[in-house]
Design a protein around this ligand. Structure first.
Ligand SMILES: [Zn+2]
Length: 131
């Protein structure tokens, strides 16, 4: 048995699949380029991604939002989604609610079952109040 989610904030974990927590991106060991969705090679220098490290995404800016009313059977409905630009990567992820708007600063927070058919839990996007 393995338990890989004891401490998601621990120093870089290594994974070859997008089966990462929602708030982590891959980072190239050679050139530092980041990417979010699993790929075989670094998009910048071509290094194999097989042993790429990962980094936690801190705060990002909402580019666009949408709400999906018709979802797969194990996904909440309505499903609030946001397209967010973090440092070096652009991500589509579940938002905690439908209140986000383009230009908002957000971060990942909480622990939710994003799909009822899976046991794993991931954070959702929430607005950051910076004043
Ligand atoms: Zn690279």
């Amino acid at each position: 048995m393995t338990d890989s989610n004891d401490d998601p904030s621990a120093a870089p974990v290594r994974s070859r699949e997008r089966d990462l927590p929602a708030d982590r991106a891959f980072v190239c060991d050679d050139c530092g380029t980041r990417w979010y969705y699993d790929r075989r090679r670094c998009p910048d220098c071509g290094r194999s991604s097989a042993d790429a490290a990962t980094v936690r995404l801190e705060t990002g800016t909402v580019v666009a939002t949408t709400t999906v009313e018709t979802t797969p059977p194990d996904v909440r409905a309505p499903n609030h989604l946001a397209l967010v630009r973090f440092d070096g990567v652009q991500v589509t992820a579940q938002a905690a609610d439908g209140d986000l708007a383009p230009g908002d600063t957000v971060r990942f927070e909480g622990s939710h079952r994003l799909r009822e058919s899976r046991d794993r839990r991931d954070p959702r996007l929430v607005a950051v109040d910076d004043d």
